[in-house]
Design a protein around this ligand. Structure first.
Ligand code: HEM
Length: 373
């Protein structure tokens, strides 16, 4: 039993191979364990010839790829993927060096219904623990970053169902507040994760050692981003709370680009909810209808719960912005843009949006004197 089974009891764990975390972690379909244990040493020496041979050695033939089920195909992509990012980090386009990997990546992408390279899921959730853990550098801080990202996925998976449930409710319904309280518990994991990162990953280490491994690579003429934390799908939660009708061009464009790196069911969730009415908009409309008269207790409870969730998101984003600013400060950074393809300015803009929505909701239930302050 995995953590997913514990926190996301509503999920059809057996029906969705991408949630069979323990099996994916245990899988070694390309026999890569020994070779990948040597990867940090190859990277430390910037040994491009050794990395090229390693990738060539692991690339399976057509028949082998055709025999892989989804669980093994995900593990195979994970193991090829960490070599792709390593080669790119040392200035080599991996598919120029090992062209025979191209049809394999494309087929693994098709079989798993994901992009034709590894994602943050391969690098964290589907990565084995202990001695078999795949790492670029082997540095404990890299492990801490992987752990921080890994720990939020169970909650975000669970939030998918909770957010879909919220989208079906109106703020006059007592369930609206109850569902939001569940979401609040789920998004708290983001705050815990960023606190762990701040405590155990130095921004200089991220900027100087890790960032370069997450560069984009060229796959058949198209760039695909590396397995960066920016692909953590917090947008799953934003979407129905406020983003679907209260975003801005910048964040909307970032999401449009990021969604492709997520799981098929999450992409379907995005497609189903992106044209919807957000919880903040529903609540704000309900308060307008009340016209300043006596507001029903259920509506007040809904606003209090919604403000609480937005406050937690705001806390994550404020702490995250602080560490991102340090890692991308002029003295430290090697790149202008984040590994998700966007600058730190995007984080400021998403934090502002989160804060504006939280302020709007909070003010609807504050007594006028406090709200005027
Ligand atoms: C040293 C650590 C980190 C740095 C320097 C950093 C930096 C950044 C930057 C610059 C962005 C803007 C988009 C882009 O990358 O292109 C971003 C986005 C993002 N990052 Fe991080 N990050 C770090 C750790 C984390 C961790 C541990 C998590 C989650 C557990 C996380 C979650 C996110 C999310 C969800 C976004 C999308 C924007 C948002 O929803 O606010 N990051 N990060």
């Amino acid at each position: 039993m995995t953590l997913y089974d514990l926190v996301a009891p509503g999920l059809d764990v057996l029906g969705e191979p991408r949630y069979r975390i323990a099996e994916i972690r245990a899988a070694d379909p390309l026999g890569a364990d020994a070779l990948l244990a040597a990867l940090p040493a190859m990277n430390a020496e910037a040994d491009v010839p050794a990395l090229t041979v390693a990738l060539r050695t692991l690339v399976p033939d057509e028949d082998r790829v055709a025999s892989l089920g989804v669980v093994d195909a995900l593990a195979a992509m994970r193991d090829l993927g960490i070599l792709l990012g390593s080669l790119k980090r040392h200035g080599t386009q991996p598919l120029a060096a090992v062209p025979e990997a191209l049809p394999v990546l494309e087929e693994l992408g098709r079989r798993t219904d994901m992009v034709p390279r590894d994602t943050v899921h391969h690098y964290t959730t589907w990565n084995p623990l202990g001695k078999r853990r795949r790492m670029y550098t082997g540095d404990p801080m890299e492990g801490n970053l992987q752990d921080a990202v890994r720990m939020v996925f169970p909650s975000l998976v669970a939030s998918l169902d909770t957010c879909a449930e919220l989208a079906r409710l109106e703020p006059y319904d007592p369930c609206f507040a109850l569902v939001l309280d569940r979401i609040a518990q789920q998004v708290q994991a983001m705050v815990d994760a960023i606190d762990l990162t701040v405590a155990r990953v130095s921004p200089v280490f991220f900027a100087r050692e890790m960032r370069s491994y997450f560069e984009e690579i060229d796959v058949a003429g198209r760039d695909y981003l590396g397995p960066a934390a920016a692909q953590v799908p917090l947008w799953l939660v934003d979407l129905t709370l406020w983003q679907c009708d209260r975003g801005n061009e910048r964040y909307d464009a970032f999401l449009d680009d990021s969604v492709q790196y997520s799981l098929p069911s999450w992409r379907a969730h995005y497609a189903a909810h992106r044209g919807g009415v957000s919880a903040v908009s529903k609540l704000s409309a309900a308060f307008s209808w009340e016209g300043g008269g006596r507001v029903p207790a259920t509506l007040t409870a809904s606003a209090v719960s919604l403000a609480r969730v937005l406050r937690i998101l705001k806390t994550f984003r404020a702490r995250h912005l602080t560490i991102a600013r340090k890692a991308y400060s002029e003295e430290v950074r090697l790149y202008d843009a984040g590994s998700g393809g966007a600058p730190v300015a995007l984080l400021r803009s998403v934090l502002d949006l989160t804060r504006d929505n939280e302020t709007l909701v909070r003010r609807s239930v504050e007594p006028p004197a406090r709200a005027a302050r």
